[in-house]
Design a protein around this ligand. Structure first.
Ligand code: AMP
Length: 394
């Protein structure tokens, strides 16, 4: 039997998983990945590290997280050489004010994490659901929660405060920041690319369907564009990003939208999708940009906002040594990288067009700050936390 760490990333209508060989004491090695789509046609698909599909099947209509987990665990058990679970690691969006490191989940911890649901109502319940299910079925299974907020926990007070009455900040209404697993992974590998990035002033740009920027100094988060929720900062696939709060008041008072309707509007109908009226998907927008002005406008707004937020984070850092692009758009869309670097030429960036087209890793030249493309790996970050907390596995 091969002992494995199972890493789960659970959303409202999907369950993504990665399986790491846990044997020994070293860096866990990814051996499988896959996902369940839990929509009107629930289905399962798994691939090997080379990306070849090694299993896929339909689940019964109406299947949810319980059925997906049952399916996954029996698939792991039946596997060639039978995988035995050494632990399960979970991506959890919110750790609140107290959880600033990965934690082994017991009943009081789970109850505390459930109390954070109002801070991230669209993500936290779905992140916690598999923990609850597995805990009921396998009470002795080690489960570890890793938080998207944790990397930002030590930011300076000024970066965390809203200009609201202090009593509100003390009750938890403050900036938390997200995408922390992604930024923590990047910070852990900067030294492989350049010593200056590891020790210097970096802005990391996590540009995927969710998007944010993070100012990192000497490996630690100093400021970030997401705030109280994952709605703040940059426009995203379907989220609006920073918005004058008076817009929300206006929508509710004058257009009589309910809280749920405003929430749906800001989280699922805005961003690239809302501005273009076409798609939340950058590939689709690039394909249509020459014929559809609204697709080009959505891209232009995305790039413009990145450049403005980048300027703000450069101010927070007091200068910049490197800019790092990651996630779906950051790793794959050379045009977005080029436009951001051209829009930020004032800071000294000099694009190397052919290196950028090739995907880097270094995509600038000259003596100014450098820019890089570095693939992120949030799941490996979770598997590393499991190794630290579970230790050697025989
Ligand atoms: P993520 O949430 O990190 O999976 O990123 C999803 C976003 O990345 C979507 O907007 C995709 O269109 C975009 N993306 C993925 N691959 C490419 C690509 N080859 N070129 C441009 N955008 C891409």
């Amino acid at each position: 039997m091969t002992p494995v760490f199972l890493v789960l990333n659970s959303g409202s209508s999907s369950l993504k998983f990665e399986v790491f060989d846990a044997k020994g004491n070293g860096e866990p090695r990814r051996i499988r990945r896959g996902q369940f789509e839990l929509d009107s046609k629930p289905r399962f698909k798994a691939t090997n590290p080379e990306g070849e599909v090694i299993a896929q099947s339909r689940l019964c209509d109406g299947a949810g997280h319980q059925q997906a987990l049952d399916h996954l665990l029996s698939w792991l058990r039946e596997h060639d050489d039978a995988f035995s679970l050494a632990g399960v690691g979970h991506r959890v969006v919110h750790g609140g004010q107290n959880y600033c490191e990965p934690v082994k989940v017991d009943e009081p911890t789970l109850a505390a994490l459930e109390r954070l649901v109002p801070l991230a109502p669209l993500h936290q319940p779905h992140n916690l659901e598999p923990i609850r299910i597995l805990d009921r079925q396998y009470p002795r299974l080690v489960q570890i929660a890793c938080f998207d907020t944790a990397f930002h926990h030590r930011q300076p007070q000024l970066a965390r405060l809203f200009a609201l009455p202090r009593s509100m900040s003390e009750s938890g209404i403050r900036r938390y920041g997200f995408h922390g697993l992604s930024y923590a992974f990047l910070a852990s590998v900067f030294g492989r690319y350049d010593e200056l990035i590891a020790k210097g002033r970096v802005v990391a740009a996590h540009l995927g369907n969710g998007a944010s920027l993070c100012a990192i100094e000497n490996g630690a988060s100093v400021a970030t564009t997401m705030g109280f929720s994952a709605l703040d900062g940059l426009p995203m696939g379907t989220r609006c990003g920073s918005l004058d709060p008076a817009v929300v008041l206006y929508l509710m008072r004058e257009t009589k939208l309910s809280v749920d309707e405003v929430e749906g509007l800001l989280y699922t109908q805005s961003g690239l999708l809302g501005v273009s009226g076409i798609s939340n998907d950058m590939r689709e927008l690039r394909a249509q940009a020459s014929s559809q002005p609204s697709a080009q406008l959505a891209i232009d707004l995305f790039v413009y906002r990145i450049c403005r937020e980048l300027g703000s984070l450069i101010a927070a850092l007091g200068g910049i040594d490197a800019l790092v692009f990651t996630a779906g758009i950051g790793e794959n869309d050379a045009a977005t990288r080029a436009e951001v670097l051209r829009g930020s030429a004032w800071a000294g960036f000099e694009l190397d067009p052919s290196a950028n087209e090739k995907g880097g890793p270094k995509i600038t030249r000259g003596s100014g700050p450098s820019a890089w493309v570095i693939p992120t790996d949030e799941e490996l970050m979770i598997a590393r936390a499991m190794r630290r907390m579970i230790g050697e596995v025989g």
